[in-house]
Ligand binder design. Structure first.
Ligand code: AMP
Length: 415
């Protein structure tokens, strides 16, 4: 595999898979440009070398159909501003051969949303998985996906994958396209390299104590990673909405709190596994309960396993926050994914803030801290602490799968 650092792009056309799936407001204006900024080191290196850029990305979930709500034309000006140069645009990613051929060194071409074509994701459309014809449709779509990837590849001399957010998907632009470049002409971008390195720091050569903090609304979506982390960590903090599934499983009263009734056995099993493996499992003992799901709700502090009827736990209580801090501050490796409360409401941010501030303290004391997954990243941004942790990952699902130890197709394809 080639390395971006010592590759000379002079005179080359580079097709770069970026993650420009940025959030837009109702007027199509970008509300957070982190992902564009994240790709800049790679893009600027290619231009500075005297290469030209063909940028490709998805945006949203147009499900294989043209939908201008997800048009990348909306962000063309922002990309141009970020790069400090004009950006040409092709409104159909399959009809870019001419525009690509005309590109001169230093020029930039942005392709329209790849997911306007079902071939990008490679899933058959309009047919149910149960349909007997599904397998044949899938096979046919995989063939079409290869053709789609081949066309994209034909625009360029070299392929760079810098889209960590989609690295866990085997899509045309993230993985299949790599088959059409030889080993010396495909590589990871700087952002991808940094992400892969950050995951390595967490998985290999772990400095202890290692504390993982998993939050968010549900235990069901995080079970794979929780079970995997159980074999690696010293402290496992489970917080946020899943607190109440654990409290109920152990016979607690949780009022109207969010709960997954079909995961009570799973919760008990996690507690058992932690005991067997000698993991210090930290669950919320008290909570901030609200009389409605709103920022202005009345609140009380009560035990997480004794919440009055009509009240719901929306944040970690003071005793719980102290327990979180006690585990996090002396840690030397820290992974945080998912908030400890409904942090979108300003009155329910205390638990997530306590975690973020404890991570910052640990980092100042020499810990390696990795924060990843949309909501925890939104938390550290909201608290202005993103620059005070070791690494903020741009990947949600991709990060979790990498930490689960799965091979990411987007990384494997170029290696
Ligand atoms: P997830 O998508 O599973 O990572 O969950 C993130 C969401 O969990 C955020 O939108 C939080 O508002 C939400 N969340 C965290 N704690 C709670 C809670 N106690 N009750 C309801 N939702 C919560």
């Amino acid at each position: 595999m080639a390395k971006i650092d010592n590759y000379n792009f002079a005179g080359k056309k580079a097709i770069v898979r970026v993650d420009f799936n940025v959030p837009l407001d109702e007027n199509g204006h970008i509300t957070d440009d982190t992902r564009i900024r994240g790709a800049l080191p790679t893009l600027k290196k290619i231009l500075a070398d005297g290469g030209s850029l063909i940028l490709m990305s998805h945006m949203g979930k147009p499900k294989g159909k043209v939908n201008m709500k997800y048009s990348l034309s909306q962000i063309r000006e922002d990309v141009a501003k970020a790069l400090g140069t004009d950006v040409k645009f092709v409104p159909d990613c399959m009809k870019a051969a001419e525009a690509a051929a005309e590109l001169k060194p230093g020029e930039v071409l942005l392709l329209e949303n790849l997911r306007f074509y079902p071939e990008e994701e490679g899933k058959p459309v309009g047919i149910d998985k149960e349909d007997p014809a599904y397998d044949a449709a899938k096979k046919e779509m995989k063939e079409r996906q290869k053709e789609f990837a081949k066309t994209l590849a034909s625009y360029a001399d070299v392929y760079v994958n810098d889209a960590f957010g989609t690295a866990h998907r085997k899509h045309a632009s993230t993985a299949v396209i790599a088959d059409y470049f030889d080993n010396d002409s495909k590589m990871l971008g700087f952002l991808m390299e940094k992400e892969v390195q950050a995951v390595d720091n967490i998985l290999k050569d772990i400095k202890r104590p290692f504390t993982a903090i998993m939050g968010g609304s549900k235990v069901s979506t995080k079970i794979g990673i929780i079970e995997n982390l159980m074999n690696k960590v010293d402290n496992l903090i489970l917080c946020g909405g899943m607190t109440y599934t654990f409290a109920k499983a152990q016979g607690g009263k949780i009022g109207q709190s969010i709960v997954e009734d079909d995961k009570l056995d799973l919760a008990l099993d996690i507690i058992k596994q932690a005991k067997e493996k000698g993991v210090n499992l930290i669950l919320g003992t008290d909570c901030v309960a609200a009389d409605s799901f709103s920022n202005d709700a009345k609140t009380i502090i009560c035990p997480a396993n004794d919440i009055p009827d009509g009240w719901e736990g929306l944040d970690a209580g003071p005793e719980t926050r102290k327990a979180f801090e006690a585990a996090i501050i002396p840690s030397k490796t820290i992974l945080w994914n998912g908030p400890a409360g409904v942090f979108e409401f300003d009155n329910f941010t205390a638990g997530s803030r306590a975690i973020a501030e404890a991570i910052v303290k640990a980092t100042e004391n020499g810990a390696f801290s990795l924060v990843g997954g949309g909501d925890s990243v939104a938390c550290v941004n909201k608290f202005g602490l993103a620059d005070s942790v070791s690494y903020v990952s741009t990947g949600g699902g991709a990060l979790l799968e990498a930490i689960e130890g799965k091979t990411l197709p987007g990384v494997a394809a170029v290696q």
